[in-house]
Ligand binder design. Sequence first.
Ligand code: APR
Length: 227
Amino acid sequence: METVVVLTGAGISAESGCNTFRDNNGLWRKHRVEEVASPYAWQHTPQLVMDFYNERRKKLFTAQPNAGHKALVKLESKYHVIIITQNVDDLHERAGSSHVLHLHGELKKVRSTIDPTLVYELDKWELKLGDLCEKGSQLRPHIVWFGEAVPMIEQAIEMAKKADHFIIIGTSMAVYPAASLINYIKRSVPMYYVDPNATSISDSNLQIIKEKAGVGVPLLVELLLNG
Ligand code: APR
């Protein structure tokens, strides 16, 4: 069975009502996202960081997977599909994708600030200052903040090397190391980029589909299943 590796970004969840990062000039409550999603902000303005993630987590409880997420599940009938996502929502999982790797963490998980191996599922939308882990330290969002290491990148690179087809969906390809995954795709591998603002980011055989995910992904999946 051939392997399809899919790199997704905020754009695939846009039609589910989740804001992207760089629309609205990348601002949230007049703050740059890079300023809020950072260890510095957690240290100096922890409530602002809590508000940023609580607001997004609350939206996630009502968001539903869209046609883009669902089409990727259909692809599993013919291919081994590996989703490498920059998104912290659980919409790929809720759509039914079998293999999802979160490069930047997961919004519905929190972890201890004294022992990072203590990770918990959050069954409510609000995490508060004073919510503690079993060792008595403050819980933080289980998110990779700007300036922090991306522990899953090595695993993602190994998966990218195995791709027989590579699909990029809904990402500005502006953030590293996620955007560097394209460099690990074998040159002979067909690549597709589904994004209304997609640009030619690679000299190799990249097919651009300038559509929203809800339209472009089902079209591409149809091509890969029956083309
Ligand atoms: N369908 C497909 N793509 C869309 C849609 C849509 N309906 N709407 C917007 N897009 C595209 C935009 O054209 C853009 O290329 O989604 C992309 C969103 O880009 P960003 O906002 O930069 O999001 P992303 O690429 O996921 O950001 C990467 O940066 O802020 C950090 O950690 C954060 O994971 C995030 C990373």
